[in-house]
Write a protein that binds this ligand. Structure first.
Ligand SMILES: [Zn+2]
Length: 367
């Protein structure tokens, strides 16, 4: 181990870990941090530096005694607090070339921190065995794009709106439109019929306006939709995301399509090989099924074909309709890749079709 190599500890994650004694008990304990600190010094050297980073919320969750011990660590300069620890500890570890000690997979931060997948060995977690804690690789693996999108959506709704999509009552909030009727509220003025962004849930469980904080009125059910992502099939650079709502279909092609998205619109920066895409190449649709909304794709008899990448690549027959899953990728004319975003909830604003020249405006969507 080279000298000067240290680690950044995800303190809240360690303190809450039911994989350290008392095992399987889900409450935070500072004693778990001590076990991990001991393991670190035993394995990496008594003087190997450690920086401890904790979420602000940990203070409230700990017992009075642990809280006091935590203040001691803070005063000694070993521990720092952050509103959310993850971005802070990842930046520290990246800049110093240090280890991260955490059980977290940091899925929501993979796009901001591509080094996570480049250096999985720098992520350590713990095992409790024979009465001692031992640090070892936490098992970071590359994550598909839709898994990252799903993790980001979860985090954004939870932190931004206090909506936890794993709670059924919260999930239900996302299935309605909402209206603010408060006089003087800017959002009520801008969007009198229904809010175009998400509401928030307050501490009492009420659905409230993110602008004025007042309770909202329900304004009818919200149709579901999914986002599709277009990228350069060779380089991977993303150049457009667009929504399709349940019961709608969109064609992808080149030039002025009457019912589709023009991949050569001047607002886009498609790959140069986009000329291999036919004028009418592919139709994507989102349909209601007993198992929820499902995406389908049909090749419209394109010149250079569409290849479906599932476990291996297979060219679609012209007119063949295939269900399209999150782990699938379609490649149009060897040039443009299509995938389904992992996001499950689109605000009314995100459900608006892209404003593109020629085609791609609202009139281009088939209903
Ligand atoms: Zn309001």
């Amino acid at each position: 181990m080279p000298t000067g190599v240290g680690a950044v500890v995800d303190v809240s994650n360690v303190c809450w870990s039911g994989r350290l004694p008392p095992l399987s008990r889900h409450f935070p304990l500072l004693a778990r941090l001590e076990l991990v600190r001991d393991a670190w010094h035993r394995q990496y050297g008594a003087h190997a530096p450690l920086v401890l980073v904790a979420d602000n919320s940990l203070r409230r969750a700990l017992s009075a005694e642990d809280r006091q011990a935590l203040r001691g660590l803070e005063r000694s300069g070993e521990l720092r607090f952050a509103p959310t620890a993850d971005p802070v500890l990842l930046e520290l570890a990246r800049d110093r070339g240090w280890f991260v000690i955490s059980d977290d997979r940091f899925r929501d931060l993979r796009r901001q921190h591509p080094w996570i997948e480049e250096f999985p060995g720098r992520f350590l977690s713990w095992e409790w065995h024979g009465g001692t804690a031992r640090l070892g690789p936490s098992g970071i693996r590359p994550e598909p794009d839709h898994v990252v999108s799903r993790a980001l959506e979860y985090k954004e709704l939870k932190h931004g709106q206090h909506i936890d999509t794993r709670v059924p009552a919260h999930d239900q909030v996302l299935r309605s439109h909402w209206r603010c009727t408060t006089r003087g509220c800017v959002k009520a003025f801008l969007w009198p019929d229904r809010l175009l962004d998400w509401p928030s849930i307050d501490r009492g469980g009420q659905v409230v306006c993110t602008c004025c904080g007042c309770p909202l009125e329900e304004a009818g059910p919200r149709g579901a939709g999914r986002l599709f992502v277009l990228s350069d099939a060779a380089g991977g650079a993303e150049f457009l995301r667009f929504p399709i709502s349940v019961g709608s279909a969109v064609q992808l092609g080149r030039g002025d399509l009457s019912h589709g998205i023009n991949l050569t619109a001047s607002e886009l920066r498609p790959p140069r090989e986009v000329r291999r895409v036919s004028r009418r190449h592919l139709m994507l649709s989102l349909e209601e099924t007993p198992n929820g909304p499902r995406a389908f794709a049909v090749d419209l008899g394109s010149g250079n074909g569409t290849v479906l990448h599932r476990s291996s690549g297979r060219r679609l027959e012209p007119g063949e309709r295939v269900p399209f899953a999150e782990s699938d990728r379609l490649v149009l004319g060897d040039a443009v890749a299509v995938r389904l975003s992992g996001r499950l909830h689109l605000s009314a604003e995100e459900q608006a079709p892209p404003g593109l020249d020629g085609a791609g405006g609202s009139r281009t969507f088939l209903d």
